[in-house]
Design a protein around this ligand. Structure first.
Ligand code: XMP
Length: 326
């Protein structure tokens, strides 16, 4: 019968059969899928797996720590951390076009991942032995979406920064290929991953890089991170995490408006809240969040986040709007 425990056991056997005594790596994005795939492979082959976390500096508050501490504590996995915040900031300097941002982030991610892999091979006891297997958190809906074919077409490259190019020579290990999202969350919980990881809402691979409308800078990232942390904390405190599919928080970095605070005039940036309800992100409706919750979020953000003097609510469905602003 189809219990979560059975799924874990079955996949562990399959992974062992596929990988043998070979070596594997897995990129962790901070998202649910890669974390559960890695935890499953870790359960199966232990230290033959090295997880790689490329910190691009575009994550939200607490997310890097979730990977670097909570994930490792829960799984015991070997983790290689590539702190690449400078690389990404430098590459994104002066860039405002959304698709260009995505391309740059994707390209730098691949470079950073390749560098990390080379370091891992060099540093290992049996140095020089290549890593043969790449673990990917491909889910059943991803397989269907890409036509169900084998191989490179299944790599989640469409718009996922975790997607790796076809010319990286790895054999794929995809233990979540037959599962839906809710089953993946159940498997993650069974493997002891904390709720903050398995219950996470979707977050785009390019991260906050596509939630700053305008150039991405360190200051702007810090501003957005603080506003986003407040919005998320209030949503959680209101017990509404399960009512919304996701709630992008967007910084209109190139827009300024006049405000008044204390006895002074301000000239600051707006933050936009974009809470949506959805089944699959293909279509979405804006979430009717309670006014008192919206008021709390707005008050806190304008009081606590320097440089932000206005909070706006996006009341556009998808279509015509997309969920993200870029
Ligand atoms: P849109 O904005 O197209 O978003 O309505 C649909 C879903 O996809 C996520 N999204 C991305 N995920 N890389 C990703 O991994 C991306 O470049 C990207 N763009 C959008 C978005 O958060 C939503 O869940």
């Amino acid at each position: 019968d189809w219990t979560t425990g059975n799924i874990v056991e079955e996949q562990v056997e399959k992974i062992r059969a596929q990988v043998g005594d070979g070596r594997a790596i897995c990129g962790l994005s901070g998202g649910v899928d890669s974390a559960v795939a890695a935890a499953l492979v870790q359960r199966a082959i232990g230290d033959q797996l090295t997880c790689v976390f490329v910190n691009h500096g575009l994550l939200r508050e607490g997310e890097a720590e979730q990977v670097e501490k909570d994930f490792v504590a829960a799984t015991g996995a070997k983790l290689y951390i590539a702190d690449e915040q400078e690389r990404f900031l430098t590459a994104l300097a002066g860039v405002t076009d959304p698709e260009t941002k995505r391309k740059i982030i994707g390209r730098e991610f691949i470079r950073a991942f390749e560098t990390a892999e080379a370091e891992i091979v060099k540093a290992s006891a049996n140095a020089g032995e290549p890593v043969k297997f790449l673990v990917q958190g491909t889910l059943y809906p991803d397989v269907v979406e890409s036509g169900g074919g084998e191989g490179a077409a299944n790599i989640k490259s469409h718009h996922n920064v975790g997607g790796l190019p076809e010319d990286l020579q790895f054999e794929l290990v995809e233990p979540l290929r037959t599962l839906f999202k809710d089953e993946v969350r159940a498997v993650g919980a069974e493997l002891g991953l904390p709720a903050e990881i398995v219950q996470r809402q979707p977050f785009p691979g390019p991260g906050l890089g596509i939630r700053i409308i305008g150039e991405v800078t360190e200051d702007r990232l810090n501003t957005l991170r603080r506003a986003d942390a407040i919005a998320r904390a209030e949503l959680t405190a209101a017990g509404l995490d399960n009512e919304v599919w996701q709630m992008p928080v967007v910084l209109l970095a190139d827009v300024r408006s006049v405000g008044v605070q204390g006895d002074g005039r301000t000239y600051g940036h707006p933050i936009v809240l974009r809470p949506v309800s959805s089944e699959d992100a293909m279509t979405a409706d804006w979430s009717r969040l309670p006014y008192d919750l919206l008021a709390r979020i707005s008050n806190r953000i304008t009081n606590e986040v320097d440089g932000v003097n206005r909070v706006a609510l996006d009341v556009t469905s998808k279509p015509p709007g997309t969920i993200e602003w870029e």
